[in-house]
Design a protein around this ligand. Structure first.
Ligand code: FMN
Length: 210
């Protein structure tokens, strides 16, 4: 699998590079997406499933990335939050239209540390921090007015913009990857797929038919 004579032995496009660590490859693809996407290159679909094995998917924003995994923040009492508490298995899918590329991640989630969540929460604009208190995410809202009033109430409760505590139900999930698949568009649907799988804490690579 090493590069020999400057040629990748898997015979795949140079865009896949020749890296043992898929997180490194993800970072390269992601920084390219940051240059080319019109907005939100960090937008990613997250799939969860409930106790009846019913899959469920929605978009979130990737807000942290390390060798450990992919972090997003949300209300832990939301639908996704409750599903992830019941079943930590989850999957993410990035699609960068401008690059015609897709990355899929499969694994299990863990909760980020209190410090990590606090740091990110405190970096958010005031309105977003108040919103985290005011929104009972995914619960039924009788009318919009109720939500707007709750926002006003929390603005009164936390008038100091420098000092809004993080709600106990608001934090981050980190998806710990067990597989990361890179997909590259090819002419005539002759696409290319490179899949990384973790085996005994080591990443292994394989090509997949498109
Ligand atoms: C581009 C985009 C980014 C989003 N980012 C987040 C996010 O980071 N966290 C979040 O809780 N919801 C985010 N949302 C809203 C979710 O898609 C979803 O509506 C909400 O989290 C409730 O989902 P649930 O009922 O499955 O828990 C985003 C929506 C879009 C379209």
């Amino acid at each position: 699998m090493n590069q020999k004579n400057g040629k990748n032995s898997l015979g795949i496009d140079i865009c896949f590079e020749d890296l043992d660590n898929p997180i490194e490859l993800f970072k390269k693809w992601f920084s390219k997406a940051e240059e080319t996407e019109i907005n939100d290159p960090n937008a990613v679909a997250v799939a969860t499933s409930n106790k009846n094995n019913q899959p469920n998917v929605r978009m979130v924003l990737l807000k942290g990335l390390s060798d450990k995994g992919f972090v997003f923040y949300t209300n832990f009492n939301s639908r996704k939050g409750n599903e992830l508490k019941d079943n930590q298995k989850a999957s993410m899918c990035f699609h960068w239209k401008s690059l015609r590329r897709q990355v899929r991640v499969i694994g299990k989630v863990e909760e980020v540390s209190e410090n990590e969540a606090d740091d990110y929460f405190n970096s958010r604009p005031y309105k977003n921090r108040i919103g985290a208190w005011a929104s009972s995410q995914s619960e039924i809202l009788d009318q919009r007015e109720t939500f707007l009033n709750r926002i006003k109430d929390f603005e009164k409760k936390y008038p100091d913009q420098q000092n809004v505590p993080r709600p106990p139900h608001w934090s981050g999930w980190r998806l710990l990857p067990e597989e990361i698949e890179f997909w590259l568009d090819g002419e005539g649907r002759i696409h290319e797929r490179l899949n990384y799988k973790k085996n005994n804490y080591k990443w292994e690579r394989e090509l997949l038919y498109p």
